[in-house]
Every structure is written in structure tokens, then in C-alpha cells.
Design a protein around this ligand. Structure first.
Ligand SMILES: C[S@@+](CC[C@H](N)C(=O)[O-])C[C@H]1O[C@@H](n2cnc3c(N)ncnc32)[C@H](O)[C@@H]1O
Length: 255
């Protein structure tokens, strides 16, 4: 990557920082970069740039999963888990926040993320959360693999009850509506250009349901009409329900 450096900050493990720099193909430095910097220090890994700093922190989500609030989350409402320990795949994991909500609802969640920098931030946030007594059980149900889910879901050929897709929305939200985390992370991400491959790979997992997060007025992913939609103020969840027996690789109806 040419717009990012890995910086060895205070309290960083030099070997780990060097391994990270090699993994993402970025220079290892002692100073922050001109554009983006993956800072490694005693607090873990954070992303710096454009006057902002971002570090994954699952404890920020605790208020959303406690005191009976979790069922009111739109995603959980869309997933409607009737049993616990169901299997879910989050095939566009990002910083794993939605996967965390699913894990809090009792799903055993496989996460895939292909962006190497986002993957490093996610892995670091998960490692820290595993040491937090309030987070470790939930994060313990999250299993992360770095790589392209369009390939991995087919290769692994593991079944799941639910596949969740939240690829980058094609047209950007208005910048005023995008929070600090998204502003920084969006500098790294490419909008989804392989919608059909992603949808077909999700179907190949033979789920009972696929949930796709979309912008309120966005087109259906890969032009596939959902069984039903749950609509919020800024986003919607398109839900594709598959009758038993589960399908093999056939896509939902294309419009
Ligand atoms: C909008 S973010 C997801 C945010 C996430 N739902 C959360 O709660 O943090 C989309 C992410 O999907 C990843 N992504 C898109 N297509 C992918 C694919 N085929 N395989 C793996 N990751 C993918 C992008 O790199 C990006 O980090």
C-alpha cells in the first residue's frame, strides 16, 4: 500500500510492528506518515490521518447489548434468532461491530475481511476484547479470517444459518453524516464492485437467511429482490429467506 506507513510508537513490540508492515506491504517508520499511519504502541494498533485517530473498541458497543437493548437493534430484529448458537457468517466484516451484535445475540460468527489494514485493526480490537471480562464471552464467539469472502465462503463450503453482508455502499453517504471512524476507514476501502460474486458466494453457504445492509434508497445488491425489507431512518436491511431444503448455488430472483 502506498498511502500508509506502520509507525513504531511508545511501548510497541518492534517485531510485531515489522511483521505487520510486511503483511500490509507498507514501510516501517519511527514517524507518522504524510497520509495514513498505522500506529503501533502500548495501546495496540490505531489508524491515524487527516487529524483523526481511530482504534477499534468493542466496549463502546456495551450500551447497545445490555439492559434489554439488543433485541431493539435493527440487525437483530432482522435476524430474528429463535435459538442460540446458530451459525452466522459476516462476509464483509469491517471493524466487526455488526458481527459483535450478532455474537451478543448468541450467534457463532465467522468474520471475513479482505482489506489488510482493516483486518489488522479488527484483529487488534478482538485481541484486546478477549482480555476484557465484559467482552470476552461475546468476542469468543467471533472467529476471524482475513481474506476475500467471495472465495473463502465457496472454498470452505461450511453451512451457516445466516449470512450477513454489509459491503461498502456504492455512492458515498453525505460526508456530514459520516462519523470519524468511517471517514478514516473509508480512505482505505473500495466500494463493492463484485456484488454478484458476493451474493452468489453467500447463497453457496446454504443459509436459511441472507441479510444485506443497504442505503435507504439504494438498489438491491446484485439486482436481487429480497423476500422482505426492514427499513430504518438512514438504512434498510434486505432479507432473503430460503425455504428448506436449503438451496445449493441458485441465486434469488434477479430483477
Ligand atoms: C461497510 S464495511 C462493514 C462494516 C461492518 N458491518 C461493521 O459493523 O463494522 C465493509 C467491509 O467489507 C469489506 N469487504 C467488502 N467485500 C469483501 C469481500 N468480498 N471479502 C471480505 N471483505 C469484504 C471491506 O473491505 C470493508 O471493510
Amino acid at each position: 500500500m502506498d498511502n500508509i506507513v506502520v509507525c513504531i510508537g511508545k511501548g510497541a513490540d518492534r517485531e510485531n510492528a515489522a511483521a505487520l508492515a510486511e503483511r500490509i506491504g507498507a514501510p516501517l517508520t519511527d514517524k507518522v506518515g504524510e497520509m495514513l499511519t498505522l500506529m503501533t504502541d502500548a495501546s495496540g494498533i490505531s489508524l491515524l490521518g487527516f487529524g483523526m485517530r481511530f482504534q477499534g473498541d468493542f466496549s463502546r458497543l456495551l450500551p447497545r447489548i445490555t439492559n434489554g437493548r439488543l433485541p431493539h437493534e435493527m440487525l437483530i430484529h432482522a435476524a430474528k434468532p429463535k435459538e442460540t448458537w446458530l451459525k452466522a457468517v459476516d462476509a464483509a466484516a469491517g471493524m466487526g461491530e455488526d458481527a459483535f451484535l450478532l455474537a451478543a445475540a448468541g450467534y457463532d460468527v465467522t468474520l471475513y475481511e479482505r482489506n489488510t489494514v482493516v483486518a489488522a485493526l479488527l484483529r487488534d480490537a478482538m485481541d484486546r476484547a478477549k482480555k476484557d471480562p465484559l467482552l470476552k464471552d461475546t468476542v469468543g464467539r467471533m472467529h476471524f479470517t482475513e481474506g476475500d469472502s467471495t472465495v473463502l465462503m465457496k472454498e470452505r463450503n461450511e453451512g451457516a444459518d445466516l449470512v450477513y453482508l454489509d459491503p461498502m455502499f456504492p455512492p458515498r453517504q453525505k460526508t456530514g453524516l459520516v462519523n470519524k471512524k468511517l471517514q478514516l476507514i473509508q480512505k482505505l476501502e473500495q466500494p463493492c464492485v463484485d456484488e454478484k460474486a458476493l451474493f452468489d458466494a453467500a447463497v453457496s453457504v446454504r443459509p436459511k437467511k441472507i441479510i444485506i445492509k443497504r442505503p435507504l434508497k439504494g438498489a438491491y445488491l446484485a439486482g436481487s429482490r429480497p423476500s422482505y425489507t426492514i427499513t430504518g431512518k438512514a438504512i434498510r436491511y434486505d432479507c432473503y429467506v430460503f425455504p428448506e431444503p436449503r438451496p445449493d448455488t441458485q441465486s434469488a430472483k434477479t430483477v
